[in-house]
Design a protein around this ligand. Structure first.
Ligand code: R1P
Ligand code: URA
Length: 324
């Protein structure tokens, strides 16, 4: 695979270096998940998939591409609207690869919704869904642990400012999740994205010095509405906030969009509670199998419901994998 352009590597076919997608393979509306198995489960909700087909395989009527770096892209239609599902693995770096490389090959505005799993610091129970209106980042302060003790007066964990989800995407997700799972299983609040599953999520590990015994108390003091901890949402919201105008087809429209719609990505997220950190419970396989398809349906409904403006500005159907 030879690549051109060291600044933003692409191969001769126009495929991006890590996610491995090219123009016409990704829709403007995307659901992103961590686990590739979750992507396959969700793909069963797409149009034309035979419900009796084997659960673990991707239906032949859908486009799919597995990249050499572990990203899995599936594209089809939901109730007639083109949608993609992208499994990215774990962590903010993977979210960065995904958002930037997808943005590079899609024309027009995009909606990206993450359907992930999380730990709950709140009263949200295993199997409940949290829809964060905003997210901040919890980073291990690496300097704090250095030999040089001058850093020891600093805090072992650094908390960033909050970045917001798109309010309409969030409200639509809350409504559609409630319709699938019931109001009392859906929570709206603040998420904390951590740079580790372990130390920066307050997990105790006697094999390492982590100085994180007080972390939960600090998070709740910092943002009293903190409900959840996971590992990607902050970067999705951050990149949506810093996205510029999408590549539009006509120069005059680019100019108009530059004043009316500065950001080209509308972002939202929802997470299934897998770990209840106060009661120390972890979700069962049966509960995952029950909640995942319902939550997926709520996300697809939300993707289709939230307007992306003039549909003629979206990526052309001609030559795409969703052309009928
Ligand atoms: C850790 O187990 C992983 O689960 C969560 C975290 O954000 C992290 O990626 O999300 P996913 O289930 O989407 O991967
Ligand atoms: N994912 C996380 O990042 N943390 C949890 O506790 C559970 C899922």
């Amino acid at each position: 695979m030879s690549m051109s352009n060291a600044n933003f590597p692409m191969d001769a076919e126009g495929r991006t270096y890590h996610v491995g997608v090219k123009r016409g393979e990704l829709a403007n509306r995307i659901i992103t998940v961590g686990d590739p198995a979750r992507a396959i489960v969700l793909s069963r909700t797409l149009d034309g998939v035979d419900p009796s087909a084997p659960v673990k395989s991707i239906s032949a009527n859908l486009f799919s591409h597995a990249s050499h770096r572990g990203f899995l892209t599936i594209t089809g239609r939901y109730k007639g609207t083109p949608v993609s599902i992208v499994a990215i693995g774990m962590g903010v770096s993977m979210m960065d690869f995904f958002v930037r490389e997808c943005r590079a090959v899609v024309d027009g505005p995009m909606t990206i919704i993450r359907l992930g799993s999380c730990g709950s610091l709140s009263d949200a129970k295993v199997g409940d869904i949290c829809v964060p209106s905003s997210s901040y980042l919890v980073q291990r302060n690496y300097d704090y642990f250095a030999e040089d003790s001058s850093a020891s007066s600093a805090s072992p964990y650094i908390l960033s400012k909050k970045f917001d989800a798109d309010p309409e995407v969030t409200a639509t997700l809350v409504k559609n999740m409630s319709a699938q799972l019931g109001d009392n299983h859906v929570w709206n609040g603040i998420n904390a994205t951590a740079d580790s599953f372990y130390s920066s999520q307050g997990r105790q590990d006697e094999n390492f010095v982590d100085n994180n015994q007080e972390l939960f108390t600090e998070l709740v003091k910092y943002e009293p509405g903190t409900l959840t901890l996971e590992m990607e949402t902050f970067l999705l919201y951050h990149l949506a906030r810093t996205s510029t105008v999408a590549p539009l087809k006509e120069e005059s429209k680019v100019k108009a969009a530059a004043t009316s719609n500065k950001h080209s990505i509308r972002a939202g997220a929802c997470m299934m509670v897998f770990a209840q950190r106060k009661s120390n419970e972890f979700i069962s396989k049966e509960d995952v199998a029950r909640v995942e398809p319902l939550a997926g349906k709520a996300v697809f409904d939300s993707l289709v419901e939230v307007s992306l403006g003039d549909e003629s500005e979206l990526h052309a159907t001609e030559g795409s994998v969703w052309a009928l």
